[in-house]
Design a protein around this ligand. Sequence first.
Ligand SMILES: *[C@@H]1O[C@H](CO)[C@@H](O)[C@H](O)[C@H]1NC(C)=O
Ligand SMILES: *[C@@H]1O[C@H](CO)[C@@H](O)[C@H](O)[C@H]1NC(C)=O
Length: 393
Amino acid sequence: MGACAVLLAALLLALAAQYIAVGNEPFLTSYQGQFQSYVIPATTNIQQSLVKANLASYVKLVVPCNADAYQSASVPSQGVFRTELTQIMTQLAAFLSSSGAPFVVNIYPFLSLYQSSDFPQDYAFFEGSTHPVVDGPNTYYNAFDGNFDTLVAALGKIGYGQLPIAIGEVGWPTEGAPSANLTAARAFNQGLMNRVMNNKGTPLRPGVPPADVYLFSLFDEEQKSILPGNFERHWGIFSFDGQAKYPLNLGLGNAVLKNAKEVPYLPSRWCIANPVQNLDNVANHIKLACSMADCTRLDYGGSCYGIGEKANVSYAFNSYYQQQKQDAKSCDFDGLGMITYLDPSMGECRFLVGIDDSKSSAVASCGCGCGVCCGVWVLFFSVFMYLRMMGSV
Ligand SMILES: *[C@@H]1O[C@H](CO)[C@@H](O)[C@H](O)[C@H]1NC(C)=O
Ligand SMILES: *[C@@H]1O[C@H](CO)[C@@H](O)[C@H](O)[C@H]1NC(C)=O
């Protein structure tokens, strides 16, 4: 554990970590308050540990909140925290203010659009809106600014109207719902970048852009819970294998995202439904395959939706086969599966080839036997990959 702490400290410094998040969205309405009472005590404990380790001036504690922590009956200037959170938010804001940390909020115009059929589509983006929100002397043309200023107003009402705000998560998924697609994701993320980098701020914070903005996310995550929706596995600006999904200028001159090089793919082979077999009894096989591997692209709003029944089966078989590292047994399916060397991809629907991650699993066994170390390794590796792809390492 001692070695682990040293390693952790070294990695934090190596990464120049700015923030440690105490929980993530602990006040989410759907948690019904179950974590509420732990947040301030936990923050205080961890702060004491940082002080003890002489790290308090390098690393700030934050508590990322979902935008459902606040609301407004009408316009942004009427923003208030949820009544049951007023006291805790006042304590949190006092802590953040004294330690010099920002209030961290996750803002998702995509979810507003996804969850409400009468949400004006153009208000989710940054190209102007035919449904602007007029708030006294101020007019809002996009959901991001409106949401941000609702928070500014809520903070003002508890006496912390000047507290810096950082965006902990913001982004747009590329699959899993009709409005989750490459065009929309690119338009939103590029619009966001341009919006933030023009340093104009918002009507309630003119000239003051967010303290930091973290795009969500770097890669797709094929094992993530799809409880919120199929899109949950497709937030990446890079696909699972490090390929940029669309050009995106992050404000570093003319640099755009770069694809990962020398990706250790498994051999070019796929598992498909055997064309000479009757597929009447395939349902349970598909169920198993899709419970283990990702089949979200097959559903409405996915890039493989509508490829047909047999191709559906092939897609499910292949996803499982790749996830099982192309183990021949995993393409059996009681004789219904068959290995092929011809890429079965069709149109937008890409039949994936997996990655040989035997090398990175060696990295994960980092010797100290604690989940934190391995988590940090993965984080370190991701950041490193990211920097490589951005061409700066
Ligand atoms: C992509 O999403 C946008 C935003 O919701 C929508 O207007 C557009 O029709 C979608 N494109 C496709 C091809 O579905
Ligand atoms: C393919 O699979 C998806 C997801 O399970 C389903 O919605 C769709 O109806 C299937 N299509 C056919 C033709 O079976």
